[in-house]
Design a protein around this ligand. Structure first.
Ligand SMILES: [Zn+2]
Length: 242
């Protein structure tokens, strides 16, 4: 089990450099940064929101899982998602067919929104994470625009809804399973795997550690040999804000 450290709130009037501070995104309490050991977590003493949870090799795993998500999504688009048989008729459809079915009912906007939420945004998010964090794994400084890319990837997180789609399909299947024979296609299982992978990826995602890695140009900044990590990383961002 990982141990937990309660950070102590800064007394009012204390001065500290901006880089040494971290604010709780839940309750706005302000703390002086104390980096916990790998596997340990620093939490807000007031609301117990996890503030810093460095995991060894997290950047490598985030990038590897982003690549997996990318391959799964791009492959799943072209694979059959569901096959429904009823009264001697059968119909097989892919994700794109399912989304485009709204356009037949003159709801092209809904088709575009569905495709964006379950395919394009997750793909864009995976690409942004690979772009922003991939170079660190090659021990190169973060690319120009890496910080913006990571910020965008984080902003897209609530709009990446592949898992909600799978859940919705599951609920719909329960309702029609008495009326028709339903066969789950390869794409369905790929999306189901995607849900698990996304949860795993979120587990490795300590935003403060990622910002620290982007600043230091080292994928494991708290274990880095500081001498070789003085990369040119441009402006330093305030860590801890997703
Ligand atoms: Zn808090």
């Amino acid at each position: 089990m990982s141990s937990t450290t309660d950070l102590q709130p800064l007394p009012p009037g204390t001065s500290a450099a901006l880089d040494d501070l971290i604010a709780c995104p839940s309750c706005d309490a302000l703390y002086r940064v104390e980096v916990p050991k790998h596997g340990e977590r620093a939490v807000c003493a007031r609301c117990h929101h996890v503030l810093i949870a460095p995991i060894q090799g997290a950047i490598l795993r985030i990038v590897a899982l982003s690549l997996t998500i990318l391959v799964l999504l791009i492959t799943a688009i072209f694979q059959p998602f569901l096959k429904i048989e009823a009264a001697g008729l059968s119909h097989s459809s892919s994700i794109v067919d399912a989304a485009l079915s709204f356009s037949e009912a003159h709801m092209i906007g809904l088709s575009v929104a569905v495709l964006a939420l379950i395919v394009f945004i997750p793909i864009a998010r995976a690409l942004l994470l690979i772009f922003s964090l991939g170079p660190l794994l090659l021990h190169r400084p973060a690319l120009r625009g890496a910080r913006s890319a990571f910020r965008w990837a984080e902003a897209m997180r609530p709009w990446s809804m592949a898992e909600i789609f799978v859940l919705g399909v599951g609920v719909a299947l329960v309702k029609i399973v008495d009326m028709a024979r339903v066969e789950l296609g390869l794409a369905f299982w790929m999306f189901a795997a995607l849900v698990v992978i996304t949860v795993l990826q979120d587990g490795f995602m300590c935003r403060w550690s990622v910002w620290a890695a982007l600043d230091s140009g080292h994928p494991d900044p708290f274990n880095a040999d500081r001498d070789d990590s003085d990369a040119e990383t441009g402006l330093r961002e305030e860590p801890g804000h997703g």
